[in-house]
Design a protein around this ligand. Structure first.
Ligand SMILES: Nc1ncnc2c1ncn2[C@@H]1O[C@H](COP(=O)(O)OP(=O)(O)O)[C@@H](O)[C@H]1O
Ligand SMILES: O=c1[nH]cc([C@@H]2O[C@H](COP(=O)(O)O)[C@@H](O)[C@H]2O)c(=O)[nH]1
Length: 297
């Protein structure tokens, strides 16, 4: 048996409240459908997929000491995640995200990650107090970091000695928060996972293909990037190599979480020793399976 590989997942762990309808929707629509609540947040979505791919995630996040928070922590534990280093706040409520999806895709979403933002650097305590790392022995394993943290905290992480030895994988939380990742582009730190729109936002332009976007990000200083573009070709690139591959054709039944699934599958593939081309192919396959998954309406 191979040992489960550890990975730190840092960022949002919250409740997703998702409304889904089989109808085509637009602003002001009022239609029948299903409303579900499930664990979410980019860091959590990545952690859930990593766990499915056989990795052992440790969560670093802020969760309220309220009933919703207790239930969320139990849900994380049931999925095999390490939760004892989570910052549990007495006075901050557990964060929430709300989205509405119609037959024509995501209509709108609101992320309320205020507690994570308010907790700030407190969630990173275990990387400094010896639980996971310290000043003299920084953490040197895999880290998946999401861009729900504040810009100032992300800037601090991009420069921090506590992260200098880590294999850092970073994803934006949403297009609205993409620019928060600029410190990682400018400082040539980390592997960045972005979609085409987010790549454009980071470079203040618009790209037509993932390969163009990858070149644009590298030119601005990024160390290594993965750019996805829905059903079109995705690209992985660093200063030495650029690989583009087209995702398998599938019937899309859900869109929330495709990017997170892609990133987690790619990290897991590399952690198991896959080559660059294989890791990209496995991530595209996993994302295709995910977006074509069953969603009872
Ligand atoms: N229409 C689609 N057909 C096949 N695969 C898709 C489709 N949409 C998304 N995917 C898969 O999910 C990955 C991420 O999707 P994308 O829309 O680029 O990211 P995000 O969810 O971050 O917006 C794609 O690279 C692809 O592998
Ligand atoms: O500002 C944010 N938006 C979205 C998310 C999370 O991202 C997922 C939806 O992302 P997408 O639409 O890219 O699939 C949800 O689980 C949601 O909790 C988040 O953490 N922060």
């Amino acid at each position: 048996m191979t040992e489960r590989k550890d990975i730190l997942c840092i960022g949002s762990v919250l409740w997703d409240i998702i409304g889904r309808s089989a109808s085509h929707m637009r602003q002001g629509s009022d239609v029948p459908g299903r409303i579900t609540r499930l664990p979410g947040g980019v860091a959590m979505n990545i952690a859930m997929t990593l766990a499915r791919f056989g990795m052992a995630p440790t969560l670093l996040t802020a969760i309220g000491r309220d009933a919703e928070g207790d239930e969320l922590v139990r849900a994380c534990q049931r999925m095999g995640m390490r939760t004892d280093l989570i910052y549990r706040s007495e006075d901050l409520p557990t964060d929430r995200y709300m989205a509405v999806e119609g037959a024509n895709g995501l209509i709108a979403a609101i992320a309320d990650a205020h507690s994570l933002e308010a907790a700030g650097a407190k969630i990173l305590g275990p990387l400094e107090d010896g639980a996971l790392g310290s000043r003299d022995t920084p953490f040197d394993g895999l880290v998946a970091l999401d861009g729900n943290l504040t810009v100032s905290l992300l800037e601090k992480i991009a420069r921090s000695p506590a992260f200098a030895a880590a294999d850092l994988r970073v994803a934006p939380a949403s297009p609205g928060k993409a620019e928060r990742l600029l410190p990682f582009v400018n400082s040539a730190r980390a592997t960045l996972y972005v979609n085409l729109e987010e790549a454009g936002l980071l470079c203040q332009t618009q790209f037509d293909t993932s390969a163009d976007a990858a070149r644009g990000l590298l030119k601005r200083g990024a160390l290594r990037v993965l750019v996805t573009d829905g059903g079109n070709a995705a690209t992985e690139a660093d200063e030495n190599d650029l690989i583009s591959q087209t995702p398998p054709e599938v019937l899309v039944t859900r869109v929330t979480g495709a990017g997170d699934t892609f990133m987690a599958a790619h990290i897991a593939a590399e952690a198991s020793g896959a080559s660059r081309a294989d890791a990209l192919a496995r991530a595209l396959q996993a994302a295709a399976t995910y977006v074509s998954g069953d969603t009872p309406l």
